[in-house]
Write a protein that binds this ligand. Structure first.
Ligand SMILES: Nc1ncnc2c1ncn2[C@@H]1O[C@H](COP(=O)(O)OP(=O)(O)O)[C@@H](O)[C@H]1O
Ligand SMILES: [Mg+2]
Length: 267
């Protein structure tokens, strides 16, 4: 008996995309024609040197940067239709930036609940959802605090909760832990792995840290120096849940060495 395997369509499909920023007569080619397909539930890490176009690529997935060429689709929905951003495609996405960008005058709970308000979730239904999100990111009990009363790591937890509030299929994260100290960053990487496994969402995370990439990723996608393009991808198959000890494994260090070599940073 033969079994016909029908491959699931990718959650994110980037095809022939390129980006040249134009300011007056000045042109900056940020991304050179490239493509990428991301599967449902996959944890993909985009890795590359500073200025290679990682943020541009992530913002293009988010529909915040208009491609100069090529197409972006999210869950089969084209992001751009006759020059207009598709609300349906955008609704599948949540985004976390390097800075948590919380409203300082609102409580942590109110910040987390903003997408619920925008989605028209009735006021009475919100506190329960906010509490569940706060618990998910380890902030239960902090809902009434102001962002200014939290540590950097806790503020970023709140930003993650807010990004998850709309129930996105895809979580886009641009160097979310780049501003945190090394200890907090390790803790947040463990937390993110747990949150990802509990939510089942697809994650695309940008970093320039090789060890963060290998620790978190199902697949590492390496971008070339500017103009960026996907030059190499590698599955990362350490069993999950991973502990930080995985970084001490020989295989981990071999992969890090290979990536350093491909990035031209020696080792
Ligand atoms: N809005 C913009 N206008 C003009 N140039 C830009 C803009 N955004 C980014 N760039 C340029 O595009 C290149 C890629 O930037 P970026 O995507 O931010 O890279 P990365 O996130 O990898 O550091 C850089 O040379 C940057 O200066
Ligand atoms: Mg960037």
């Amino acid at each position: 008996m033969t079994r016909v395997e029908v491959a699931a369509p990718p959650v994110i499909a980037l095809s022939g995309i390129a980006k040249t920023y134009r300011r007056g007569s000045r042109e900056t080619p940020a991304l050179e024609e490239t493509g990428l397909a991301i599967r449902r539930g996959e944890f993909v890490v985009l890795l590359g040197p500073s200025g290679c176009g990682k943020t541009t690529l992530l913002r293009m997935i988010a529909g915040l940067v208009v491609p100069s060429a090529g197409s972006v689709s999210i869950m089969g929905e084209p992001m751009w239709q006759r020059g207009k951003r598709s609300t349906a495609a955008g609704a599948h996405l949540g985004m976390v930036f390097q800075e948590p960008n919380l409203f300082p005058w609102l409580s942590v709970g109110a910040n987390i609940g903003l997408p619920l308000e925008l989605q028209g979730v009735p006021k009475q239904a919100r506190p329960q959802r906010i509490d569940a999100l706060a618990t998910l990111v380890g902030l239960d009990g902090f809902q009434e605090k102001r962002p200014g009363e939290l540590s950097g790591g806790m503020r970023q937890r709140a930003a993650i909760a807010r990004a998850l509030a709309g129930g996105p299929d895809v979580l886009l994260m641009d160097e979310p832990f780049g501003a945190l100290d090394a200890f907090t960053r390790d803790a947040m990487n463990l937390e993110l792995q747990r949150i990802w496994s509990e939510t089942g969402s697809t994650v695309v995370l940008v970093t320039h840290s090789i060890s963060e990439a290998l620790f978190l990723a199902d697949r590492v996608v390496l971008l070339s120096p500017r103009p960026g393009r996907v030059v190499w991808t590698s599955e990362v198959d350490f069993p999950r849940p991973r502990s930080l000890d995985v970084q001490g494994q020989q295989r981990f260090q071999e992969m890090a060495k290979e990536i350093r070599g491909r990035l031209g940073v020696g080792g």
